[in-house]
Every structure is written in C-alpha cells, then in structure tokens.
Design a protein around this ligand. Structure first.
Ligand SMILES: O=C(O)C(=O)C[C@H](O)[C@H](O)COP(=O)(O)O
Length: 325
C-alpha cells in the first residue's frame, strides 16, 4: 500500500538537540566535594520530547550520539519513553557528552559540561530528513543547540526552512546557557531566529539578553511586532504570563510539594504548553496546566524523572481520585 505522505502527520512534535549523560549529585553542596553521583539523562530538547510523550502525544527527536556505552544508553532510554529515534545515529570519534550537576539546599544549582566535542557536530544541514518534517505538526527548537557549534547553527536555520515549507508551527525556548557562549553571541543568533517563531517559551531574563526588554508587557509587544502568535514568559515561583490572540494572562504558580531540583522545570512547562495548543485549549487552561507540570518536575531529582503522565496531573489537580493501595 502506498503511504500518503501529503496528509500523514506522524509526530505531533519534533525537536533537534543534544542529550548528555547527567551526573546528579547524591548530596547538596559544592561539586568539588561531591563523591557520589547518580547516572541520569539530560538535554533540554530530549526532556521536552519525553514530556510530550508522557502526556500521550507523539514526539520525534533528531540527534547524534557517541558510538559508546553512554550513547547507546541514551538512545535506549529515549526509545523506552516512546520517542521516535529514527533520526538519531551513533557516530565514531565523538564521545557522548557529559554534564555534572551541583545542587544547592534550595534545589537550585549549577551545571558543569563536558561537551566540547559534541557528537552533534557531525550532523549537517543536508542530513535533515525532509519527510520527517513533513510528517510533524510542531518543530521545537532551543538556543542550546546553536550554541554548540557553527554547523549546529546551520542545522537550525535549515530546520526552520523545512518547517516553514511544510507548514509546521515553530516553537522556541531561548534556553540561554552562558557557559556555552557569550551574551553578545547568544543575542545575535537568537534574535535572528525570533522572526520565524510561532510559539515563544522564554524567561524574562533571557529576553532581556535577546531584545533588551524584561518587562512581560514589553516582551509581548515586541513578540507581536515579530509576528509571534503565542508567548509564554516563565517566571518560576511567580507563575507565568501568556499571550495569544489579543489576550494576556498572568497565571499564578502552583506550589510544589518540595523543591528538590529545579533543572528541567522549563522543559516540563513547555511540554504542557504545547499540549494545550495541540488540543486547542484556552490560554488560561494551557498556562495552568503548564505551570502544574513545572511544579511537579522540581519536586523530583533529575532533569526529566519528574515529568508527569497525564493521569498524574489529573490527580494533582484533584480531577481524579488518587488511589494509593
Ligand atoms: O543545560 C543543558 O544544556 C541541558 O540541556 C541540560 C538540562 O536538561 C536542561 O538545560 C534543562 O532545561 P530547563 O528545563 O530550562 O531547566
């Protein structure tokens, strides 16, 4: 039977990103005094893919991993989360990247990367499979990927071209990582991406670096000028501000049961926001849902372990009864 590629949208969300083995400390405090770590998996774009997949959507991930034990583990892990890994290949000569985390008492922390020779440096613009794009609804990008290297920037702009050609919505989180590039470089490249974006998911401080504005209303004004149709400004324990179709809403934060590890909360929020858009929810409902996910992620150690399944959120919101035993 011939597949009709014109209409099939196999993945709801596709994303391009580097994943790393993340070593989470077993105790809080300065990294140099930590002796025990737990091996986990991290990477903003993969976290997003896991987030939407756990909610019941279909996610596809484009990446390169080392042809090593860690690379094989990450691919198996992603596959186990139900993610389409058909665009993930192992490459020789580039070890899978590593990330060591330092976590403070309040759950905030620092990251220490070992990713100078990223396997994603071997992925070029011509490696992107047009059919994979054609079959998706949303392309999610971050500012981490173009910070890795020159070729990664080229890949991002080629991906934007393919997404536009096939009418995908482009979702973008600046995810500015100043350990990877300077404010000037980040601002230059990320500003070039903005006019292509349909859904902007950012922190106010990040937008200050890119457009010189950190006031949510000013950010929204600028976003509208650039033709961005959905904006979400993530403000941590102050909740989030959203904009769509002439309406701006401040959605209060949901209190986390505890704050163990704040890394990954933004990706969880993004997953929830995209879920709301795909399901045609109101902005208010979408923001509340996304905030709820952010609050659930911070209560669990690890970058993606706390990403909830749909039923977990219904339980948290009191929509279904929690049965313990
Ligand atoms: O730092 C990187 O390069 C990573 O990709 C590691 C992390 O998994 C994400 O950074 C989490 O991102 P947030 O959800 O914004 O906390």
């Amino acid at each position: 039977m011939k597949r009709d590629l014109e209409v099939a949208r196999l993945n709801d969300v596709i994303t391009i990103g580097e994943a790393m083995i993340t070593f989470n400390p077993e105790s809080t405090g300065p990294l140099k005094f930590i002796n025990r770590f737990e091996k986990k998996v991290g990477g903003a774009e993969l976290n997003l893919a896991i987030g939407v997949s756990r909610l019941g959507l279909k996610a596809g991930w484009i990446s390169r991993l080392g042809n090593d034990e860690f690379g094989k583990y990450i691919k198996t892990f992603a596959r186990g989360e139900g993610i389409d890994v058909s665009q993930v290949a192992h490459v020789n000569g580039y070890p899978t990247s590593l990330n060591f985390k330092e976590i403070r008492e309040d759950g905030s922390g620092k990251t220490f990367y070992y990713r100078n020779q990223s396997p994603t440096l071997t992925l070029g613009p011509t490696d992107l499979d047009e059919v994979f794009f054609k079959q998706a609804k949303i392309l999610h990008l971050t500012g981490i990927y173009p910070a890795i290297g020159e070729i990664n920037k080229q890949v991002i702009f080629k991906a934007i071209d393919l997404a536009k050609k096939h009418s995908l919505k482009i979702s973008f989180d600046p995810n500015i990582r100043l350990r990877m590039w300077s404010k000037e470089e980040a601002s230059k490249v990320l500003y070039e991406i903005l006019p292509h974006v349909d859904i902007l998911l950012a922190g106010a401080e990040e937008m200050d670096i890119i457009i010189g504005e950190k006031d949510p209303d000013r950010i929204i004004e600028k976003a509208k000028e650039l033709g961005i149709s959905y904006v979400a400004i993530k403000q941590g324990d102050k909740g989030s501000v959203g904009y769509h179709d002439g309406e701006t809403i401040l959605s209060p934060a949901i209190k986390a049961s505890k704050v163990a590890d704040t890394v990954g909360a933004g990706d969880g929020f993004n997953a929830g926001f995209l879920y709301g858009i795909i399901n045609g929810w109101t902005l208010d409902k979408t923001l509340h849902f996304a905030n709820t996910i952010g609050s659930m992620v911070v209560s669990v150690l690890g970058d993606n372990e706390g990403l909830p399944y749909y039923e977990d959120i219904q339980e948290k919101l009191g929509e279904i009864e929690a049965i313990e035993r």
